[in-house]
Design a protein around this ligand. Structure first.
Ligand SMILES: *Cc1c(COP(=O)(O)O)cnc(C)c1O
Length: 462
């Protein structure tokens, strides 16, 4: 199995990026509960036939959809070691917990947070943003809010119109309702309008609400834009609000001398959400919440129970436990693959991967600008390019949606789509460390060919 997977990663370029799961194959994955045992060899054969060829495709250098990391062979091996140890990182006194603490300290150092900082590895930035919302709630309403709930307080939070959907989801899950999030319009640079933000906060206060949280976006999913984090930090200080940064992928630009100007002010955040499974290429899943003062995290999540009381010696020593820092009790050894990656690649390499992704995006933007049949739909401040194949207004959205799917189904490349100012865009986000400029060229050729084929077909029908 190990040899096969190493070969599989080595030969990734020779395969289609993605292929649709055939009905027959899908059916075999919906078999009833097995009553008889199946030999590991036979199960592995099924894996090779029905799963291996039909995965997401994000290990492939021409996967450009959404925001997906590419993984590494070393990450795969670290996962194997973690599986063998089968450590439970909810708590107790053992080395794996020290590894997670080490990783958190490294991340806090990378982003310029002080010694008081803490954090936790989580599934992804969705969970990290949720934890941040709960910490901000406890900070504004006090510890009582954990037992008494909101007690008629009307909390309001603020984020850019380009905020990731997991932020309103986090407010929903926290019991505040997603309408508690005020979506502040962005300017032509796709950054939140700070003047409108300040006015909205004042209006909410005047109407009896309790503003408590500003979420700054560092790397928006649609175009890769950064809010003016320093201005948001100033406003939070003035208004006494929790300042959280959703830096799912963009936070790691802090590790690049060429890109770190984007996150100026992020080191003043109360909390930062980001992912190791995107630009840091750690295998899924590996997200992280960092908090400026670990005391804010402990007061939000710690709970006294006789069964889980940490002691002073033996296995029950070593508090606070990760279970006191987030919603999960039993937790796997996610930290090991992150610990391997940080040491094997070093902080500078993560910055270089981000720079390379941005260079590929600029290359693609230049190619599109030079192709009369294509047009850019948004600026390209980072690693994301939104564009389309030109066509008459009534047809252009549907055509581009079809082109994206055509290319995916042909296995040539895997862009995704989004809506930019009401127009459907083909969206290429460069995150995978394997992606080169010729992969962006391949996308251009594929879009032109698919667009022409669809156009010609239409002409024939007329
Ligand atoms: C990916 C992403 C998220 C969600 O993170 P997950 O790791 O998928 O949970 C949130 N915000 C932004 C800006 C993202 O790019």
């Amino acid at each position: 199995m190990l040899d096969d997977m190493v070969d599989h990663l080595r030969d990734v370029r020779s395969r289609p990026v993605w292929q649709p799961l055939q009905t027959q194959t899908r059916a075999t994955l919906r078999a009833p509960l097995p009553a008889e045992t199946i030999s590991p060899d036979a199960i592995y054969d099924r894996f090779r036939d029905t799963i291996l060829p039909y995965a997401t495709g994000n290990t492939h250098p021409r996967f450009m959809g959404w925001v997906h990391g590419g993984g590494t062979p070393l990450g795969m091996l670290a996962e194997m070691l973690a599986g063998g140890l089968n450590a439970n990182l909810g708590g107790r006194d053992h080395a794996p917990i020290e590894v997670e603490r080490q990783v958190i300290r490294w991340a806090a150092e990378a982003f310029g947070l002080p010694e008081t900082a803490g954090g936790l590895l989580v599934t992804g930035s969705s969970m990290a943003n949720f934890i941040a919302v709960l910490m901000a709630r406890t900070a504004v309403l006090g510890d009582d809010s954990r037992t008494k709930g909101l007690n008629a307080a009307r909390l309001t939070a603020y984020a850019s119109a380009g905020v990731h959907r997991c932020v309103p989801d986090a407010l929903d899950m926290a019991g505040l309702g997603s309408d508690a999030l005020r979506r502040i319009p962005v300017g032509p640079d796709y950054r939140m309008d700070v003047a409108v933000l300040a006015e909205t906060i004042s209006a909410d206060r005047a109407a009896g609400a309790t503003p408590f949280l500003i979420v700054g976006t560092a790397g928006s999913v649609d175009v890769g834009a950064f809010d003016d984090l320093a201005a948001l930090a100033d406003l939070c200080a003035r208004e006494n609000l929790w300042f959280h940064v959703d830096g799912a992928f963009g936070a790691l630009t802090a590790l690049s001398p060429a890109l770190r100007h984007n996150v100026a002010g992020m080191d003043r955040a109360h909390s930062i959400a980001f992912d190791f499974h995107k630009w840091a290429q750690v295998p899924y899943d590996a997200g992280c919440i960092l908090v400026r003062d670990q005391a804010d995290q402990i007061r939000t999540f710690t709970a006294a129970t006789a069964y889980l009381t940490p002691g002073t010696r033996g296995l029950s020593a070593n508090a606070p436990w990760p279970a006191d820092l987030g919603p999960d009790l039993s937790r796997g050894f996610r930290a090991l693959k992150v610990w391997f990656a940080i040491q094997a690649f070093g902080a500078d390499r993560f910055g270089e991967v981000a720079e390379r992704s941005c260079a590929v995006a600029q290359h693609l933007a230049a190619r599109i600008a030079a192709e009369p049949a294509l047009e850019l739909l948004a600026p390209v401040p980072l690693n994301i390019v939104c564009f389309r194949y030109r066509a008459p207004a009534g047809e252009v959205d549907a055509l581009n949606r079809e082109i994206a799917a055509d290319i995916q189904e042909a296995g040539l490349a895997a862009p995704s789509t989004t809506i930019i100012n009401g127009a459907l865009a083909i969206r290429a986000a460069f995150v995978n460390h394997r992606t080169r400029t010729d992969d962006a060229d391949a996308l251009v050729e594929a879009v032109l060919a698919a667009g022409k084929t669809r156009h010609d077909k239409k002409e024939t029908r007329r």
